[in-house]
Design a protein around this ligand. Structure first.
Ligand SMILES: NC(=O)c1ccc[n+]([C@@H]2O[C@H](COP(=O)([O-])OP(=O)(O)OC[C@H]3O[C@@H](n4cnc5c(N)ncnc54)[C@H](OP(=O)(O)O)[C@@H]3O)[C@@H](O)[C@H]2O)c1
Length: 290
C-alpha cells in the first residue's frame, strides 16, 4: 500500500488523484486528521486512516501494511521538524515501509531560504532512519502568485517583495504527478530530484500576464519585506503564514528558487504547466487537481 500524508490538502488530494490513475484505490491510504474531509475518496475505495502529526500514537495503525510513504511537508513553519519526526520514526519502526518519499525544498542542502532548515533537518532524520528514501525537492508553486489574480485585477496591483528575482515555478498538479510517478515507478529511482518549472518568471511578468488575459491594467508593486508581511496580515493571514510568504519572496529575490533542472518535466513526461495556463485557470476561479 502507498500512504499519502496531508491527503486532505491541495497537494495531497492531487497526488491521490494521480495515484488513482495508476493503482487500484484499495492500495492507496489517505492519512488525514479529519476523515470526514475525504469522504469522497473513501467512497471511491481509497483507504482513509486518521493520523495527526500531533498524535504519534495514531501512526503505527495508520502505517499497517504500508510499503511506501509520501510525507508531504506540514503547512506550519516552526512545528514541522516535530511533526515530520513523528512520521519518520513510525515508518522506521513499522518494519513494512521500504520507501519514504518527502516533499522537500529546492536545493534544500544549500538554499538560504531561512525555513529550509526544517527541510534540511527532515532530510537528515530520514537519512538516519535507514529507510530507503527519495527527496522530491519542490520549487515554488506557481499558484502562490496566481491565486490572487482576481484580486490583482480588481486592485490593478500585484504586491510582493521578490524584486526582479526569477522563479522557476510549476503547478501543484505537476509536483503531484511527479510524486505519483515516483511512488509507482517499477525501475530505478534516484534519491534526490530537484523539481522546478521549465519556465521561469518574475512577479512583473506575472502581473503582465494577468493584464494580458484580463484586459485590465495590473502593475507589480515591490514592497520591503516587512511591509509586504504587514500587508498580508492586514488581509487576515496569520502572522506565521504572512512571514513565510514574505520570506519565500525574499528567497525568490535572492535567486533561491531559480533553477534550470528539468527533473520535473522529465519525470512527468511533459512540459510543466506554463504561467499563462496557471493564470488562465486562476482567472476562471479554478484549481486543477488532476
Ligand atoms: N513550494 C511551495 O511553493 C509551497 C507552497 C505551499 C505549500 N508548500 C508546502 O507543501 C505542503 C502541501 O501544500 P498544500 O498546498 O497541499 O497545503 P494545504 O492545502 O494547506 O494542506 C496541508 C495539509 O496538512 C494537513 N495538516 C496540518 N496539520 C496537520 C496535523 N497536525 N496532522 C496531520 N495533518 C495535518 C492539513 O490537514 P487539514 O485538511 O485537516 O487542515 C492539510 O490537509 C504544505 O504543507 C507546505 O509545507 C509549498
Amino acid at each position: 500500500m502507498i500512504l499519502v500524508t496531508g491527503a486532505a490538502g491541495q497537494l495531497g488530494r492531487s497526488v491521490v488523484e494521480h495515484l488513482l490513475a495508476r493503482v487500484p484505490a484499495h492500495r492507496i491510504v489517505a492519512a488525514v486528521r479529519h476523515p470526514e474531509k475525504v469522504a469522497d475518496l473513501a467512497a471511491r475505495g481509497v483507504v482513509v486512516r486518521r493520523a495527526d502529526y500531533d498524535h504519534p500514537e495514531d501512526w503505527p495503525a495508520a502505517l499497517q501494511g504500508v510499503r511506501k510513504v509520501l510525507l508531504i511537508s506540514g503547512p506550519e513553519v516552526g512545528t514541522r521538524i516535530r511533526h515530520h519526526r513523528t512520521v519518520v520514526e513510525a515508518a522506521a519502526a513499522s518494519g513494512s515501509v521500504w520507501l519514504m518519499a518527502y516533499t522537500s525544498m529546492l536545493r534544500a542542502d544549500t538554499t538560504e531560504v531561512p525555513y529550509a532548515s526544517e527541510d534540511r533537518e527532515t532530510e537528515r532524520l530520514i537519512r538516519e532512519s535507514r529507510v530507503p528514501y527519495v527527496f522530491l525537492r519542490h520549487g515554488w508553486y506557481t499558484e502562490n502568485y496566481t491565486m490572487n489574480a482576481g484580486y490583482a485585477v480588481h486592485e490593478g496591483k500585484l504586491y510582493g517583495c521578490a524584486k526582479s528575482g526569477r522563479i522557476s515555478g510549476a503547478s501543484r498538479i505537476d509536483y503531484a504527478e511527479a510524486a505519483a510517478t515516483v511512488l509507482t515507478a517499477v525501475g530505478q529511482i534516484r534519491p534526490v530530484y530537484e523539481l522546478a518549472g521549465d519556465e521561469s518568471f518574475t512577479l512583473s511578468e506575472v502581473a503582465a500576464e494577468i493584464s494580458r488575459q484580463s484586459g485590465r491594467s495590473v502593475e507589480y508593486v515591490d514592497l520591503p519585506e516587512e511591509d509586504y508581511r504587514a500587508l498580508l496580515e492586514s488581509y487576515g493571514l496569520s502572522n506565521g503564514l504572512s512571514s513565510t510568504l514574505a520570506l519565500a519572496d525574499t528567497g525568490a529575490a535572492n535567486g533561491d528558487v531559480y533553477s534550470e533542472s528539468k527533473d520535473l518535466s522529465n519525470l512527468i513526461g511533459r512540459p510543466t504547466t506554463s504561467l499563462a495556463t496557471a493564470v488562465e485557470i486562476a482567472l476562471a476561479g479554478g484549481e486543477q487537481t488532476s
